[in-house]
Design a protein around this ligand. Structure first.
Ligand code: DAH
Length: 366
C-alpha cells in the first residue's frame, strides 16, 4: 500500500464527515483491528529488512495524523451540540412554543348554541346574575308558597346588601311589592323573560345564556353554579309546532341529523302546556338499534334510549299579564336548557366538576 495515496484519500474523507456516525465509521476504517493502519503494520515483517525501519516510522506518523484529525473533527461536533458555547446561535433549532389560549369548552358550546339560534333570527341578550325575587319567581307565575320553588330556591343576598343600587331600585319599583324587593342569585335564566318582555314589545325572539345558582351539593352531576340558555319567542299566532320545529332544528345541528326527538308532558309554572324534550341516546343509539335490547345497559341513558335535554312549553297567560302583554293577542313559547348537560352529552364527559377545576389536561382537549 502506498502511504502517500492513503494520506491524500484520508484528507478528503475527513472533509466529508458530516455526522458523529460517519466520524465513527472512518475511525473504524483506519484505526480498527482490521483497519488500514493495522494492515500496514502487519505488512512490515514482509518488507526487505532495510526498508522496515523507515516504513515503520511512516506508518507511525500516519497513525498519529489519523488520530489527530479524527480528534479535531470530534471536537468540532461536540462544540456544535454544546449550548454553553458563548455566542453560538443555531438558527436551525425549533423555537420556544408559546401556549395559545383558547375558549373554555362551555364558552364554545354557548357560542355554538347561540349561533344556531341567531341563524334563525333570535337575538342574544344577557342579564344580571343578581335578580329580583319577582323576576326569578313571582313574575314567572311561581308564587311564594309554590312547591316547585323548593327545587331551585336559591341564595338570597344578605339584608345589608339590599340597600338598593339605583338599578335595583327601578326593578323593585316595577315589581311593585315589598316582598318582591328581595334580591337573590338567579336560579334560572328564565328570569330574563320578565325583564326582556317588560322592556320590549312583540315580536320577540331571544336567547339568554348565563350563569345560574342553586343550593345543590357538588357531585359528578350537580354544581351550585352552572350555565343555562333560556329561549323564547312571542308574537301573534306562535304555536306549539313552531316550538317543535325550532327545537328540532337546534338539536339536529348540535347532536347530528340522525337523532330523534320526543316531547314528554311535564309541569312548569310559567308554561302551559309544558314538555320536557328528549333526544334519542347519542351514546348507545338504542332506539336506532332495537334488535340489541339485551345488551348491557347504557350508563348514560340507563337503557332508556332517551336523554332529557331541556324543558319547554307555551308561555303561561299569567306571565303575559305580569309583563303587561295581552294574553288574548299574543302567544309564545319558551325553553330552557343546561349548557353543562348539553356539553357533557356532546363530548361524552361524565363529571360536571371537570368544567370548573381548571385542569389544563382537560381544557386542552377542546
Ligand atoms: N327554568 C327551568 C329550569 O331551570 C327550565 C325551563 C323549563 C325553562 C321550561 C323554560 C321552560 O322556559 O319553558 O329548570
Amino acid at each position: 500500500m502506498d502511504i502517500e495515496s492513503i494520506k491524500a484519500r484520508l484528507d478528503s474523507e475527513i472533509n466529508q464527515i458530516n455526522s458523529p456516525e460517519s466520524l465513527e465509521a472512518l475511525r473504524v476504517k483506519y484505526l480498527g483491528r482490521k483497519g488500514v493502519l493495522a494492515q500496514l503494520t502487519s505488512s512490515i515483517p514482509t518488507l526487505p529488512q532495510e526498508q522496515r525501519a523507515s516504513f515503520g516510522k511512516e506508518v507511525n506518523a500516519l497513525k498519529n495524523k489519523v488520530i489527530f484529525l479524527l480528534d479535531e473533527r470530534q471536537k468540532s461536533f461536540a462544540s456544535l451540540v454544546s449550548e454553553s458555547r458563548p455566542g453560538f446561535l443555531d438558527l436551525s433549532l425549533p423555537g420556544i412554543a408559546q401556549d395559545l389560549g383558547r375558549l373554555h369548552p362551555l364558552t364554545q358550546v354557548i357560542k355554538e348554541i347561540c349561533d344556531i339560534f341567531t341563524s334563525m333570527g333570535f337575538l342574544v341578550v344577557e342579564g344580571p346574575e343578581i335578580e329580583t325575587e319577582y323576576n326569578n319567581f313571582t313574575g314567572l307565575n311561581i308564587p311564594l308558597e309554590h312547591p316547585s320553588r323548593e327545587a331551585f330556591d336559591t341564595f338570597y343576598i344578605a339584608p345589608q346588601a339590599t340597600h338598593p343600587s339605583p338599578n335595583a331600585k327601578s326593578r323593585q319599583h316595577t315589581a311593585g311589592s315589598s316582598v318582591q324587593q328581595k334580591l337573590l342569585l338567579r336560579s334560572h335564566t328564565s328570569s330574563m323573560q320578565i325583564s326582556v318582555m317588560k322592556s320590549r314589545q312583540p315580536p320577540l325572539a331571544v336567547v339568554v345564556p348565563g350563569r345560574v345558582y342553586r343550593p345543590d351539593a357538588v357531585d359528578a352531576a350537580h354544581s351550585f353554579m352552572f350555565h343555562q340558555i333560556e329561549g323564547f319567542m312571542v308574537d301573534e299566532n306562535i304555536r306549539f309546532s313552531d316550538l317543535k320545529g325550532i327545537l328540532e332544528f337546534f338539536a339536529k345541528r348540535v347532536f347530528g341529523e340522525d337523532i330523534k326527538m320526543r316531547f314528554r308532558p311535564h309541569f312548569f309554572p310559567f308554561t302551559e302546556p309544558s314538555a320536557e324534550v328528549d333526544i334519542s341516546c347519542i351514546i348507545c343509539r338504542r332506539e336506532q338499534r332495537r334488535e340489541n335490547r339485551e345488551e348491557k345497559k347504557c350508563s348514560v341513558c340507563e337503557g332508556k334510549g332517551w336523554l332529557e335535554i331541556l324543558g319547554s312549553g307555551m308561555i303561561h297567560p299569567n306571565v303575559f299579564k305580569n309583563v303587561g302583554y295581552d294574553p288574548k293577542k299574543y302567544t309564545g313559547f319558551a325553553f330552557g336548557m343546561g349548557v353543562e348537560r348539553i356539553a357533557m352529552l356532546k363530548y361524552g364527559i361524565n363529571d360536571i366538576r371537570l368544567f370548573f377545576e381548571n385542569d389544563l389536561r382537560f381544557l386542552r382537549q377542546f
